[in-house]
Each structure stands twice: as structure tokens, then as C-alpha cells.
Design a protein around this ligand. Sequence first.
Ligand SMILES: [Zn+2]
Length: 298
Amino acid sequence: MLPALQKAYAVGAFNINNLESLLAVVEAAIEEKSPVIIAVTPSSIKYADLAYIGKMVKVAAESTPLPMSLHLDHGKDLDTVSECIDAGFTSVMIDGSHLKFEENVALTKRVVDLAHPRGVSVEAELGRLAGVEESTVKEKEAILTDPDAAKEFIKRTDVDALAVAIGTSHGAYKFKSEPKLDFKRLKLIRERINTLLVLHGASSVPPWIVEKAVKYGADLAGAKGIPEEHIRKAVSLGITKINIDTDLRLAFTASIREFFVKSPKVFDPRKILGSAKEAMKEVVKSKMRLFGSSGKFL
Ligand SMILES: [Zn+2]
């Protein structure tokens, strides 16, 4: 059985798109003695270039004995998956959540057949999250994961990790009213399958970060995330990988806004981005403690 399943903690997958966000995640992992997943979306690859990302993360992985994986987040097709494997990714997600069940199975199986012989693990998604990802999914288009379908999906695809939809959503505006996750559903899924379960759209949108950003001029009216106690409960019920992107973006933005207002004379990018890196690092460290992965690598 996988270590995270035996010990009831989740490993964070943190989205990066430049040197500063990578350093924030890696330094946090080293300080927290935590395993970590570096996640990159196709749009981040477009922004930062696959070769740069692959090499940067390789340098980071060689700098520490900590377990570190480079993961393609929301891969859409075989070409992207294949290019990422060539660039040294150790894990890939194929997101067929918009497809019909049989089509999702077929696409996922093709990726598994491509990835497994090269020692690369595969994540798929069943059900559909609302919110903003590579394109926007409206709330009424969201579909929660069916536990029996999840069992059949794993059996037929041999996928290593499954992203489940239990009420989380992508982006900074997750709920119009009170946050609600379907824990009963998660329990039923966990009872049926023995593979890694992944929670996407799990940022907490911490009020103190939003308040800081707003204090220095951001417009984030209505931003709301998943309360930390919900995350703790999801981990106790068997979530083993948690994706975080939005909270890092918010920390970056709040820090830069504050910096510009408080230090109007500074124009050194290293100082501006250095403070943003520290802000992201603090968020990553607090997530590792929340997920229970801190100290799991001694
Ligand atoms: Zn996602």
C-alpha cells in the first residue's frame, strides 16, 4: 500500500509557473521535511516553456533527498502527456472528465499504456468540478463522482490516482453561500477503491490573505474557499493528494501589492519577487502542516 494511504496524510501538489514559485514550494518542503509534488498545467507550460520547467525542477530535485515528483496537471491529450514524459515528468494527469464514461476510460487507458512502461504514474478524473481551470465549467455542469463508477473506472484503466468531485471547485470563488463537501460520497468511494484519491479545487482562500490584497487595492469581492476543517476531514476520510494553486496566486498578489505600496522607492525585481516568494512559501508550509505531510520525511 502507498505510504500516504497507510499513514492518513495527504501530499500537496503545488502549481508553479516560474522560478520564484518553484523555490517557494521546494524550500517549504525542505523546511517541513515533507514529500511534495510540483504541478504544472498546460497553460503554465505555454507560459514558461516545457524545457525550462523540466530542467528547473530537475535541478531542484537534485538539490535535496526529499521525495519530489514533477506532475502534469490537467493534461488534455496524448501529445501533451508524451512531451511531458520526454521532458522528465514523473507523473501525469489526463483529464477526460468532460468526456462520456466510456470515452474517459479509453483515453485514460491509452495514457496508462504509454506512461506505465516508462515508470510514470497516471492520474485521471471522474466526475466534474465547477470553476475556472483551463476553461470555465459552470456550476450546473458540475457532476459529483459516482462511487460505483469510480470502482469500475479504476478496474478498467489501472490508473494510479483518481481525482474525485465531491463539491470542491477551481478558482477563488468557490461558493456563493456556505461551503459544502459531500463527505458521505467520499467515504463510499474510499470503501470501494484502494488507490490514491485526489482533491482538486481545494484552496482555502484564506481571509487574511484576501484582506491584505484588498487593503492594497485588489478587487476580490466574493472570494471564498474550502475551510481548513473540511480539508482535515477529507484527509481523514482518505484523500491522499491535494492540489493547491489559487492560494499561492493570492499570496503572491497580496505580497506584491503590499510591497509596492510600502516600498515605493524600490525597483529591484529580486526584492519585489523575493518577498512574494516568502509569502508563497509560508502558505505552502501551512498546507503541509494541514495535510499532515510535515515531518513525513526525516
Ligand atoms: Zn484541478
